[in-house]
Design a protein around this ligand. Structure first.
Ligand code: PNS
Length: 164
């Protein structure tokens, strides 16, 4: 069985993330969506909340598993028999950082490949930070995030927009 892992902060999940997850599903038998636990990073949603939002957005996708993880991605991938890390590349600006991570992960786990998917044109500019910024100013984010989590983002930001 070919297993992919899509790692990230997903704070919150966007349509860009979902696009990458769905395209991973076309290539792999199973896609693990791994939410990073990073105590140093201030986030809008806790890890458990981000996992819940992702599970809601991937409901009915039997080939998708949503998990939280801390530690090294390369090690977690080894434990889960993952074939490849699947990541979206939006623009050239993403490349250097992603290239560095891919090469490092290859050293840490030589059996693990990293596959980059170019994001679809409409998602080229989209990021969780931009979504939070627009929503924080009361802007319309319905073109950027799945409908089923729209209210959660609005409510969180209306409640003061505190990061965790
Ligand atoms: O959505 P993000 O914040 O860009 O995701 C970054 C992520 C989670 C993919 C990256 O930080 C990661 O893999 N973290 C796990 C720790 C690790 O393995 N670090 C070494 C990577 S070279």
């Amino acid at each position: 069985m070919k297993i992919a892992i899509c790692p990230g902060s997903f704070d919150p999940v966007t349509l860009c993330h979902l696009d990458i997850i769905n395209r991973s599903r076309k290539v792999f038998d199973k896609t693990i969506v791994a939410v990073l636990v990073n105590p140093e990073k201030h986030t809008l949603f806790t890890v458990d909340e981000r996992i819940e939002l992702l599970k809601r957005c991937t409901k009915g996708m039997n080939d998708v598993e949503v998990v939280g993880f801390d530690g090294l991605l390369a090690e977690y991938a080894r434990e889960r028999n993952v074939t490849a890390i699947v990541k979206g590349l939006r623009a050239l600006s993403d490349f250097e950082y992603e290239f560095q991570m891919a090469l490092t992960n290859k050293v840490l786990n030589p059996n693990l490949e990293t596959m980059f998917l170019t994001t679809s044109a409409e998602n080229m500019f989209l990021s969780s930070s931009i979504v939070k910024q627009i929503a924080g100013f009361g802007g319309d984010i319905s073109n950027f995030v799945p409908e089923c989590i729209l209210e959660d983002i609005k409510e969180r930001l209306c409640a003061g927009g505190k990061t965790q």
